[in-house]
Design a protein around this ligand. Structure first.
Ligand SMILES: Cc1cc2nc3c(=O)[nH]c(=O)nc-3n(C[C@H](O)[C@H](O)[C@H](O)COP(=O)(O)OP(=O)(O)OC[C@H]3O[C@@H](n4cnc5c(N)ncnc54)[C@H](O)[C@@H]3O)c2cc1C
Length: 480
């Protein structure tokens, strides 16, 4: 139940936006219909923080004919109250994002209205459930145009427009025409969550789960759990299993030890966040090799959430080489011998692979990747970075073969997922990247639309005849 302070804040947001409304009116000369059906200027896929903030940023700069499509039902977008098992965000509380610099829209303003200024002062990090509540308030306060229960499953190019095919949870199909498309489909939005082949092939589904999947932690009480991976999600799930009464939880990683340095904290400066895309390829490559090499340590409080339990153990230099079922237990082969578990939690993140997404599978083979456009100097190779899309300066897809029939369509699609990172720096799929990434994306799309319609805007100017000097007579006299 929104409290008075939140109602006041909502009113404040509206007043603030009104105060800065100059030049935010609609200016795009939209293609209104095609075959009698409406045409959007921009379709945004994904109703998470990225998609919501993008639609707001577009509206602020006069691009109003926009709709956001989300496959989940209301309040279930993103990881925060679905599969995330951390207690708080991993990001420090001062990191703003969706607010785009408007103080009354910040997470802090919302939190203080919700819980009071003292609560903010004593707050460590924002609880993930509060973050979702903030995003719900943000969506509703800004009346953002989100259509839920719409999964994008197909993108085709017809008559110079994108034709988007959606499916709802009942399996009914819907379609929309659009001039531009933003894929804000999440951290794994350009590929899929990854489970090593030997687990997929050798371990039955009821004996393992990836960290993004539902897990019945109660059923893990008294069990021996093996966790593969050293990222924050692996430790979040390890801690949740320990708190649910698991007998033992062994976290195993390939590296000798956990990374301790978090490059995200270094990246949180306006220079890097705003200007990384302007760097030459080799420099961007070297930045990303270092950032991917460093990876991210689990937050300190998350590690302590595990290590406070006697049943917790951590194993560096312990890659899993194979796994096999033995009754209702799993025998995992490591270089240091066999480990026996009752259940496996796979925290190996995601891979970039557009052929794995229904919405991009039909043209995946023509999306230019770093491996197609850049050859790393000897000793600086990275198969992982090679697999990421080599995006254009506006975060748009580029064709592998410029002559390919898909090429025109690709330029109309902007990637705002984690896959954009090697090309654009922090942008989609991180709170830290939103402040500059969302604005840059919205201005890029608006720029593309303005230039595409340049002649139309000129015609509109040439036809402009609204007189400002309406009287050459004396003030108050009938118009002369
Ligand atoms: C467990 C977890 C914890 C994280 N914690 C942090 C953190 O503390 N701080 C931080 O900065 N970052 C964090 N991140 C990274 C990042 O901020 C989040 O992934 C965040 O959710 C990204 O926002 P988004 O809007 O890009 O994607 P999401 O919030 O994932 O939203 C994308 C939406 O797109 C929808 N979608 C996907 N495909 C389709 C389709 N074909 N059709 C229609 N809808 C579709 C999905 O249902 C989803 O709701 C975390 C990520 C994870 C997975």
């Amino acid at each position: 139940m929104p409290n008075k302070a939140l109602n006041d804040l909502t009113r404040q947001v509206h007043e603030d936006l009104e105060k800065i409304a100059y030049a935010s009116g609609p200016w795009v000369s939209s293609v209104l219909t095609h075959h009698g059906e409406p045409v959007l200027d921009v379709a945004v896929i994904g109703g998470g923080q990225g998609g919501l903030a993008t639609s707001f940023a577009l509206r602020r700069i006069g691009v109003h004919n926009v709709r956001v499509f989300e496959r989940a039902v209301k309040g279930q977008a993103g990881p925060w109250v679905t599969f995330a098992r951390m207690i708080t965000l991993r990001t420090p509380k001062h990191v703003t994002g969706p607010d785009l610099g408007i103080p009354s829209l910040t997470p802090r303003a919302w939190f203080e209205a919700r819980y009071g200024a003292d609560a903010w002062r004593s707050l460590g990090k924002i609880d993930r459930r509060d973050w979702q509540e903030y995003l719900d308030w943000y969506r509703d306060t800004l009346s953002l145009p989100v259509e839920h229960d719409r999964e994008l499953v197909e993108i085709t190019w017809q008559d110079g427009l994108l034709h988007l095919g959606f499916k709802d949870q009942e399996g009914s199909l819907h379609s929309v025409w659009a001039r531009r498309l933003v894929l804000a489909t999440g951290i794994e939005g350009s590929g899929s969550w990854h489970v090593p082949e030997f687990v997929r092939n050798n371990v039955p589904g009821h004996l393992y789960a990836h960290t993004h999947q539902p897990i019945d932690f109660e059923a893990l009480r008294g069990k021996r759990i093996g966790v593969l991976g050293g990222g924050a999600s692996a430790f979040d799930n390890a801690a949740t299993a320990l708190e649910a009464g698991a007998q033992s939880v062994a976290v195993c990683i390939r590296r000798k030890t956990l990374p301790r340095i978090n490059p995200y904290r270094w990246m949180e400066n306006a220079g890097f966040l705003a200007h990384f895309p302007a760097l030459p390829d080799l420099t961007r490559w070297r930045f990303m090799r270092r950032i991917f090499d460093l990876n991210q340590p689990p937050p300190q409080d998350t590690f302590w959430r595990c290590s406070r339990h006697d049943g917790f153990s951590f194993h560096g230099d312990t890659p899993w080489l194979d796994a096999r079922r033995d009754g209702e237990t799993i025998r995992v082969t490591t270089p240091h011998g066999e480990k026996v578990f009752d259940f496996l939690i796979i925290g190996t993140g995601f891979v970039i692979d557009f052929s794995k997404r229904p919405e991009t599978a039909s043209f995946a083979q023509n999306i230019a990747l770093w491996g197609d456009r850049f050859s790393a100097p000897e000793g600086e190779e990275s198969a992982v970075l090679d697999s990421y899309p080599y995006l254009g300066p506006q975060s748009q897809f580029l064709p592998r073969e410029p002559e390919h029939p898909d090429s025109a369509m690709l330029g109309m699609i902007y990637n705002f997922t984690f896959a954009a990172t090697p090309s654009m720096g922090l942008s989609g799929a991180s709170i830290s990247g939103m402040r500059y990434g969302v604005d840059r994306l919205a201005r890029a799309i608006a720029g593309d639309l303005f230039v595409q319609d340049g002649e139309k805007h000129l015609e509109s100017l040439l036809a402009y005849d609204a007189e400002e000097l309406v009287s050459l007579g004396r003030e108050g006299e009938e118009q002369a």
